[in-house]
Structures are given as structure tokens and as C-alpha cells.
Design a protein around this ligand. Structure first.
Ligand code: NI
Length: 174
């Protein structure tokens, strides 16, 4: 990484861009490569292991993931126009989100997924993941559909979380 990439600010709930499905990427140029690099740097700067473009107010189907958090370059994945093509099993683990700081709740997800996506050059590839990678891919692809992890909680749990956030907003702590 060049070190002089722009660091984008992560938008928080209830910014409407987070609820809007992202647009499909159709142009695979130098500008897209630069944006993906900026997304990795912005994700690391925010101490995250996944970031979706709508979280930096860019409503496009792009997400970056690194569940190793810089430890293993092979785990640095950029998914453009991703689709989950297979799911298997179930896992229930605590999840967080850079757009919902401090909020952590248990979310049910598939244990394993297979994802089809394009790389920054527009070539299609497949990636299989289990455990944390499977969770991260499902969480990030949800962002591209305008879905946050709190939308996957029970109505009661979601209402409690939203009440907590509204209180934080009121106290200027959000
Ligand atoms: Ni998130």
C-alpha cells in the first residue's frame, strides 16, 4: 500500500446510504483499483476486518475483507459484485460493525459459504469460506443489499439496540 491513500470516514447508522442497495460495478478501471486500495486502508484505519462501499457513502457493490487483519496477504480479498452461490450449516456468533460502534450481538449465519465475485480487473472468481470468513462475507454482502446485522436480530432485540443507539445519539456519544 502506498501510504498516501485517502482514508474515508465510515458512516454510522442511521445514515440512509446504509439502507440502500449498492449499484452494480460495470467499469473496471484504475479509479476502481484506487478506490479498493483506499477501502483497505480505511478498513485498517478503523480497525475492521471488513468494509463495504456503502459504509463510506459510496453506493456500489464493492467490499473488502481481511480476517487476518494484515497478518496474511493471501487473506486480503476484494469482492466486486459478489453473490453467495452456496451455503451450508449454521453458526451463531457475536458480530459487530464499523457502522454500529460498540454494538455486539449474536447473529445466526451459514457456517460455510461459496461466493462468486469479480476482481478489480473484472475477472470472475470463486471463494469459499467457513467460520469467520464465511461470517464476514455474509455480513459484507448484506451491506451491499442495504442490510445491517441488527436487521437480522429478533424484532425485540433490534428495538432494544435501536433504543440504546438513540440514547447515545441524544447524549452526543454516537
Ligand atoms: Ni458492517
Amino acid at each position: 500500500m502506498s501510504g498516501n491513500n485517502k482514508i474515508h470516514e465510515v458512516v454510522k447508522w442511521p445514515d440512509p446510504v446504509l439502507a440502500k442497495p449498492g449499484e452494480k460495478v460495470t467499469v473496471f478501471d484504475a479509479k476502481l483499483k484506487k478506490l479498493v486500495d483506499e477501502m483497505f486502508d480505511s478498513m485498517y484505519a478503523a480497525q475492521g476486518i471488513g468494509l463495504a462501499a456503502p459504509q463510506i457513502a459510496i453506493s456500489k457493490r464493492i467490499t473488502v475483507i481481511d480476517v487476518s487483519f494484515k497478518k496474511n496477504p493471501e487473506e486480503r480479498i476484494a469482492l466486486i459484485n459478489p453473490e453467495i452461490i452456496a451455503r451450508e450449516g449454521k453458526q451463531v456468533e457475536e458480530e459487530g460493525c464499523l457502522s454500529l460502534p460498540e454494538i455486539r450481538e449474536k447473529v445466526s449465519r451459514a457456517a460455510k459459504v461459496k461466493v462468486k465475485a469479480q476482481n478489480v480487473s473484472g475477472e470472475w472468481f470463486e471463494v469459499e469460506g467457513e467460520e469467520l470468513l464465511a461470517r464476514a462475507m455474509q455480513h459484507e454482502i448484506d451491506h451491499l443489499d442495504g442490510v445491517l446485522f441488527i436487521d437480522r436480530l429478533s424484532r425485540l432485540k433490534r428495538d432494544l439496540v435501536i433504543r440504546k443507539i438513540k440514547k447515545l445519539i441524544k447524549n452526543g456519544e454516537w
